[in-house]
Design a binder for this molecule. Structure first.
Ligand SMILES: NC(=O)c1ccc[n+]([C@@H]2O[C@H](COP(=O)([O-])OP(=O)(O)OC[C@H]3O[C@@H](n4cnc5c(N)ncnc54)[C@H](OP(=O)(O)O)[C@@H]3O)[C@@H](O)[C@H]2O)c1
Length: 347
C-alpha cells in the first residue's frame, strides 16, 4: 500500500513561551493536572492559589510548590504578583469567577465548558476589554489538531462531507458528583460533549465550511437528576454533516474522523489528549504520532499559547476565537433545549 507523509504540526514547544505569573482559582481535580503540566513542560510560574477552603489551598500549595496562598477568590485575583488566572471551578461558576478575574485586569484562562450557556459567554466577552480571555479547550492547541488542521487547509481530503466524533465513558459516578448536579451545570454535554462539538467546529473552520451550524438535531437520555447522561447530535455545516456522540453511561470510545471527497483522516482513540492521526487518500495511507508530551501534560500547550498571545498583545486566541466559543455554546444551548435540560436560574 503506498505510504503518505503527513504535514508536521506548527505547534510551538510550550517550553519556549514567554513567562507569565499564574494564579489558580479553584484547586480541584483538573487544577492539579494543570499545575503538574505547567511544572513539567513549561517555564510558566505558578505563583498563587485561591480556594474557598484554607486547608485545600494550603495542601495544594504544598503539593505543587506554590508560594502565595489565598483563602478567597477575591484575594487571588487582586494579588499584584499574578498576571493570569486559571479558572477551574464547575461550569456553573465560570461566569462569576471569570468576571472577578477580568474585573481585576488579569488575563483569564477559563476551563471548558466556557460557561453554562451562550448568554453568559457573551457577558464575559463584553467584560474582557484589553486583556486576553481564552477558553481552555486544550484539544485546539494539541499538535495532532494542527496536523488535522493542515490536512484540511491544504485541501488533501477534497470537499469535506462528514465529521464524526465520540466521547463516551462509563463513568459510574456517585449520585453527588458534580456531573450529576444541575446546580453545578452538570450533564455530559458541557463536560465531555464539548470536545466533539469543538472538534466539529474546528474542522468546519479549517475546511472552509459554514462555521455556524445550518441545522441541529439532537436526542438524549437524562439522568435521574434531570441532567443529560447521553447525547447524540447531527449537526449540519452547509454541505457537510457531523454526527457527534457523548455519554457518561457507556464507554463508546474517544475517536474523531473527517471524510472528504478524496479521503479521510482519523484521530486515534483518546483524541482529547495528545494523539496520533491516520490519513487515507485512495489506496495510500500514512500516520503521524510524534508526540513528545503525553496525557494531561498536553494541558501545557494551551497555557503556553495564552502566554505567547498575551506577549503579542492579542486579546483573542487565533486558534479558538471567542466568537467561535459563543457559537459552540449556542449549539449546546440548542441541543439542551431539544434534550430537555434547563439549569436552575435559566429561562
Ligand atoms: N481539561 C480537562 O481535561 C478537564 C478535565 C476535568 C474537568 N475539567 C473542567 O474543569 C472544571 C472543574 O472540574 P473538576 O473536575 O476539576 O472539578 P472539581 O474537582 O470538583 O473541582 C472544582 C473546584 O471548584 C471549586 N468550587 C467553587 N465553587 C464550587 C461549588 N459551588 N461547588 C463545588 N466546587 C466549587 C472547588 O475549589 P475550592 O472549594 O477549593 O475553592 C473545587 O475544588 C470544569 O469546568 C470541568 O469541565 C477539564
Amino acid at each position: 500500500m503506498p505510504r503518505l507523509t503527513l504535514p508536521e504540526p506548527r505547534t510551538p514547544d510550550p517550553m519556549d513561551a514567554p513567562v507569565l505569573r499564574w494564579g489558580i482559582l479553584a484547586p480541584g481535580h483538573i487544577a492539579g493536572h494543570w499545575a503538574t503540566a505547567l511544572r513539567q513542560h513549561t517555564r510558566q510560574r505558578l505563583v498563587a492559589v485561591g480556594s474557598r477552603s484554607p486547608e485545600r489551598a494550603a495542601e495544594f500549595a504544598r503539593r505543587h510548590g506554590v508560594d502565595r496562598v489565598h483563602t478567597s477568590y477575591e484575594a487571588l485575583v487582586d494579588d499584584p504578583e499574578v498576571d493570569a488566572v486559571y479558572v477551574a471551578s464547575p461550569h456553573s461558576h465560570h461566569r462569576e469567577h471569570a468576571l472577578l478575574a477580568l474585573g481585576a485586569g488579569k488575563h483569564v484562562l477559563v476551563e471548558k465548558a466556557f460557561t453554562r450557556n451562550a448568554a453568559e459567554a457573551r457577558e464575559l466577552v463584553a467584560a474582557a476589554a484589553g486583556v486576553l480571555l481564552m477558553e481552555a479547550m486544550w484539544t485546539r492547541y494539541l499538535p495532532h489538531t494542527d496536523v488535522v488542521r493542515r490536512v484540511l487547509e491544504d485541501g488533501l481530503l477534497g470537499q469535506v462531507h462528514r465529521i464524526t466524533a465520540d466521547y463516551g465513558v462509563h463513568a459510574g459516578l456517585s449520585p453527588t458528583h458534580r456531573l450529576l448536579d444541575p446546580a453545578l451545570a452538570g450533564g455530559v454535554l458541557l463536560d465531555l460533549g464539548v470536545y466533539p462539538l469543538s472538534f466539529a467546529s474546528a474542522v468546519a473552520g479549517a475546511a472552509g465550511l459554514a462555521l455556524r451550524p445550518t441545522s441541529v438535531q439532537a436526542a438524549g437520555t437524562l439522568a435521574a437528576t434531570g441532567v443529560d447522561a447521553q447525547v447524540s447530535a447531527q449537526i449540519g455545516y452547509g454541505t457537510a454533516q457531523a454526527q457527534l456522540f457523548t455519554s457518561m453511561l457507556t464507554a463508546s470510545g474517544h475517536t474523531a474522523q473527517v471524510f472528504g471527497s478524496l479521503g479521510r483522516i482519523e484521530v486515534d482513540d483518546r483524541c482529547y489528549v495528545p494523539a496520533g492521526v491516520t490519513l487515507t487518500i485512495g489506496e495510500a495511507t500514512g500516520t503521524w504520532d510524534a508526540n513528545s508530551i503525553h496525557g494531561y501534560g498536553g494541558l501545557s500547550f494551551q497555557t503556553a499559547a495564552l502566554a505567547t498571545y498575551a506577549a503579542e498583545g492579542r486579546t483573542d486566541s487565533p486558534l479558538l476565537p471567542l466568537d467561535e466559543t459563543v457559537t459552540i455554546l449556542e449549539t449546546a444551548d440548542d441541543i439542551r433545549r431539544q434534550v430537555g435540560v434547563v439549569y436552575p436560574g435559566e429561562s
